[in-house]
Each structure stands twice: as C-alpha cells, then as structure tokens.
Write a protein that binds this ligand. Structure first.
Ligand code: GDP
Length: 322
C-alpha cells in the first residue's frame, strides 16, 4: 500500500476500527477517511453507495459491526444477523460497485463450527453446524467473507477477509450484561475490589477454553495483510495460546489485586467449549503477535482505571453499532 493511499475505515469508533486507524497513522498513512454513524448509516445501501462514489477510497477496511458478548448475542440473534448482514452487504458490495479496488473485511473466529477441529484451520469453514449462542452474527460474517471471495473471483478485485480470535484492549466495551468476557471480568473484579465485596459471580462453569489477542496486535495484522500483493481470501489471526475461563478469571483477579471469591452461575451459558484458531497460515506469511496476555492485561486494567476516573468508560450503551 502506498503511504498516500486513501483508506476508508468503517467502524472507526469501535475497539477494532480505532486500533486500525491508530496503527495506520503510526505507520505514516495520512489519508484516512472516516464517517460517524450519524454521518453515514451503514444500513442504508444508497447512502453507502453515494459515500463510496464521492470519496473514491483506494482501500476500505470494514471493522463496523454490531458486536457483543455471549449475553448480547444469545438474546438477540435476529438483530445480530440482520444488522451485520446488511452492513456487510452494503460496505462490501457497494464498494465493488463504486470501483474500490481493495478491501479488507473483518469478522471473528465464531464463524467456524461449534465442534471444529482444534486449533481451527481456515478450511473448517462451513464443515459442520455453528454454535447457537452467536449463530446470527456468524452467519452475517460468513456472508460477508463469501461476498468478498465471489467479488474477487468474478471481478478480479482484491477483496479479502481476516478472522480474529477473541479480542481485548483499548476502547473495549465494559457493559456487564452485554460485553465480552475479558472486559466484563476486569470490571467485575475492579468493582469488587473497590467495594470489598466477598464474592464475584461469573457465568457458566469456567471450563470453556478461549484464546485472546490484544487489539493492537490485530491492527498490526490488518496492516500486514493489506501489504500483501496476493493475500489469502480468508486468514485467521490469534495469539495461538488458550486458557480456561477459570484461569483467565484467576489471572485478572490477581492483577486487579482483588481478594473476592469466585462463584460460578451455571444457569448462564458456557457457549462453545473451545475456540483456538490455527494461525499457521498468517505466521507462515510473516506476522506474529507481540503483546503477551499478562502484559496486555496489565495495560488494559490501567486503561480501565484511567477511563473510569475520567468518566469515559464505554459500556453505557451496551451493543451500539461501531
Ligand atoms: P464467546 O467467546 O463468543 O462465547 O463470548 P464471550 O466473550 O462473552 O465469552 C463467553 C465465555 O465466558 C462463556 O464461556 C461464558 O460462560 C464465560 N463467562 C464467565 N463470566 C462471564 C461474564 O461475566 N460475561 C461474559 N460475557 N462471559 C462470561
């Protein structure tokens, strides 16, 4: 990518989009185009088409989505399917119609089957049924990545996708009911510490295994694949290390300096039992993560405390479109 390239980042106010914008700026890309939700409604295909035609970006990075944790997804699969499918169709198809030559579509490893082989290779896509708690989101993201693949094949456009594992870091959503597990746990343990609470209640059994990647590592991966002349249609992106929810909880409790006991609420869902992605493809191309989990957690807890003190913590509006 030329440093002068005009790059549209959809979803620049979300955790992923804002990290991508930071990484692009840090790498010397100065011509970045963004629109707030108020300025451009990504559910409106005509508006999206007009935007692409008037701005004519060289590259588009699609990081806009309605996102949320297991609570938000499982209670609103219809909304997660509807909004994310329309956002994907509009941002990808209208880009092609307006002549945008290169596009990177972001999703999540929840596109893979519930009982996919572990670590999950890209080839596991559509090989067996999906996890039910986030099926709507997954179907929308599968449609988006398939659209990129079809447009690349049919029109020769360099449209490709990257599927990150569970992300955390700067700008995360700390909503207790609707956020993802890692930020929610930071909030729960920090709140318990400051209130001297005897217990902290977490969801499920604590046995599911999850992999976590700092969003700055993901942003570096986005720049990396955008720099490839012939990128894979679909590539996973993860840290390659997994731990149980119980281990995650104990690590966060210790880093927060919280003494409360953990209580598991087994009426809440566990979700998929294991979700470790196979990162051999992206590693073979030359990318590797740089931020280890404990270092990334320390930084994230510091940022949480600073944002709380400033009154700028995200999570009041649980699952806004980013
Ligand atoms: P997932 O990775 O797509 O399933 O979504 P999450 O990031 O929400 O992680 C969910 C996993 O963490 C499940 O196994 C939950 O049972 C477990 N978990 C434990 N406590 C919490 C909590 O307070 N909030 C959330 N979101 N998940 C929790």
């Amino acid at each position: 990518m030329e440093k002068s390239a005009k790059i549209y980042v959809a979803g620049h106010r979300g955790m992923v989009g804002s990290a991508v914008v930071r990484a692009l700026r840090a790498a010397g890309f100065g011509n970045i185009v963004v629109r707030t939700h108020g300025e451009l409604d990504l559910l409106d295909s005509r508006a999206v088409r007009e935007f692409y035609e008037s701005e004519r970006p060289d590259v588009a990075v699609i990081a806009a989505a309605r996102v949320g944790g297991i609570g938000a997804n499982s209670e609103a699969n219809s909304l997660f399917l509807y909004e994310n499918a329309i956002i994907a169709m509009n941002t990808v198809y209208q880009a092609a119609e307006a002549g945008v030559k290169r596009l990177l579509f972001l999703g999540s490893t929840c596109i893979y089957p519930r009982l996919a082989p572990q670590p999950i290779p890209e080839e596991a896509l559509l090989s067996s049924p999906l996890e039910k708690t986030n099926e709507g989101y997954a179907l929308a993201k599968i449609s988006g990545l398939k659209l990129c693949e079809y447009l690349r094949r049919e029109r020769g456009l360099c449209y490709h996708s990257l599927m990150p594992t569970n992300l955390y870091g700067t700008g995360d959503n700390y909503d207790i009911e609707h956020g993802h597990v890692l930020p929610t746990l930071i909030r729960k343990f920090e709140t318990a510490r400051t209130q001297n609470a005897p217990t902290v209640t977490l969801w499920g059994s604590g046995t599911p295994l999850r992999e976590f990647l700092h969003v700055d590592d993901l942003a570096a991966a986005c720049l990396f694949v955008l720099g490839l002349e012939n990128p894979p249609n679909l590539v996973n992106c993860g840290s390659g290390r997994e731990l149980s929810i119980r281990q995650l909880a104990e690590t966060i409790r210790e880093l927060c300096g919280c003494k409360s006991l953990i209580v598991w609420d087994r009426t809440r869902p566990d979700g998929t039992p294991r979700k470790l992605c196979d990162t051999s493809l992206i590693r073979s191309l030359g990318w590797a993560p740089k931020i280890d989990l404990v270092g990334g957690l320390r930084r994230t807890i510091d940022e949480y405390r600073a944002a709380l003190a400033r009154g700028s913590l995200r999570g009041v509006d649980p699952c806004q479109v980013q």
